[in-house]
Design a protein around this ligand. Sequence first.
Ligand SMILES: CC(=O)SCCNC(=O)CCNC(=O)[C@H](O)C(C)(C)COP(=O)(O)OP(=O)(O)OC[C@H]1O[C@@H](n2cnc3c(N)ncnc32)[C@H](O)[C@@H]1OP(=O)(O)O
Ligand SMILES: O=C([O-])CC(=O)C(=O)O
Length: 460
Amino acid sequence: MLSKLANPLKILGRSHARSVQTISEVLASQVPQKQADLLALKKEHGSKVLGEVTVDQCIGGARGVKCMLWETSNLDAEEGIRFRGLTIPDCQQVLPTFKGPSGPENGEPLLESLFWLLLTSEVPTKEQVDTLTADLHKRAELPGHVVGILNSLPKDMHPMTQFTIGLNAAQTGSAFAAAYQAGAPKSSYHDYVLEDILNVVAQLPEIAATIYRNVYFDGVVEKDTSLDYSGNFCRMLGYNDPSFDELMRLYLCIHTDHEGGNASAHTTHLVGSTLSDPYLSYAAGLNALAGPLHGLANQEVLGWIQGIQKKMAAEGKEINAETITEFTWDTLNAKKVIPGYGHAVLRKTDPRYTCQREFALKHMPDDELFKIVNTIYEVMPGILTEHGKTKNPYPNVDSHSGVLLWHYGFTQFQYYTVLFGVSRAVGALSQLYWDRALGLPLERPKSVTPEFIKNFCEKQ
Ligand SMILES: CC(=O)SCCNC(=O)CCNC(=O)[C@H](O)C(C)(C)COP(=O)(O)OP(=O)(O)OC[C@H]1O[C@@H](n2cnc3c(N)ncnc32)[C@H](O)[C@@H]1OP(=O)(O)O
Ligand SMILES: O=C([O-])CC(=O)C(=O)O
């Protein structure tokens, strides 16, 4: 079914003279039913209670408080993430993979196939994924002023700061912001938002690659649009190795979404609820991702491992279980966190850690840094348990990602969170589409003062 637009303000979508349905067409056909389903859910269960909020939860960062609708993924404390009901191994089994001459037999899923799944809740065919790849390539061109701004930034500005500046600058192209100003009705918002979401996802690799090439190399970004999104991104970064392309496919897929409560997704959702457009909403999400307790932890992990290497080299010691234990206690006694360990929800090893470990076992079993990461994994849960503070002594995604990149010569670890940011757009913005399609309101929870809590509790 073709997208029926209530509003002639702008031409949306692209016309396709072929039988394969595009993502815009699939979504347009899903919206009426989903709107009806949500209305029915509210009508039938709107006044039921989902849980209570304790004072500890109110003061303690709202852990476990169920107060946000998020449909693209769900996180179980023991099992980890499911994308539209599919675990990471499920996705590796059913989602289309790269099929070019350099593609391996059992490759990693294409980022575009996960994007399709997250947006539509359907497993796409390879033909459908190909339409999305081609569409994203067509939308990827950056406005000239964005490149100019990126080129003018100081090389020592953190890559994440440059990334949010680049995305904010690209906001001049927002179809939603323009349509809103021109008086578009609420019933059409999601059509413009989808246009922006596809453009943002398409443009992020070029913003990211321009930063990488500017800061560490010659500023030249070369493309290969005969490849998929991830493969082309690798070429833009300056890497030309089919094995690295596979890593990037895996990396970009597993970092996309982690239900709604994580800081980057939640921020995108919150800012989007004010009807800020997808560029501004996701730029805000990127600022949240740039924090060391969230996405920046992958940079911190590499820094921490280098700290071990430096110390042991200076003391003439080997890096082994004993010296890692010693270094860990030094960190903990200095009242610092061990980056890459612990989680606000997970209580087991993150399956995103596990699949990266499997990738390493397959592609780089003898890598020195991988061996160190493995030894850390052997000793850390015991140490953190003995330390007695963290509720989850196991590794999260950030504990492993940098080591894989390093193996391929991608050693500029201050940049790693930018890669995470390219990926997280796909999850956070897929949900943003449904936020607007379902007409979700401004998010505005109630805050309370300490006096209120005291008086309220004393009266109980
Ligand atoms: C993509 C991602 O965002 S994944 C997470 C990436 N972040 C990191 O890896 C940073 C290290 N980890 C942490 O700081 C935490 O585990 C977080 C931020 C991820 C989760 O925080 P919380 O939900 O508050 O964890 P938790 O309830 O277990 O914290 C209890 C205590 O243990 C401490 N703790 C938690 N994890 C660790 C850790 N890795 N090392 C040392 N102490 C820790 C907390 O700082 C807290 O101490 P406090 O009582 O003095 O404030
Ligand atoms: O879920 C969280 O709070 C943090 C996380 O792992 C992510 O956002 O990927």
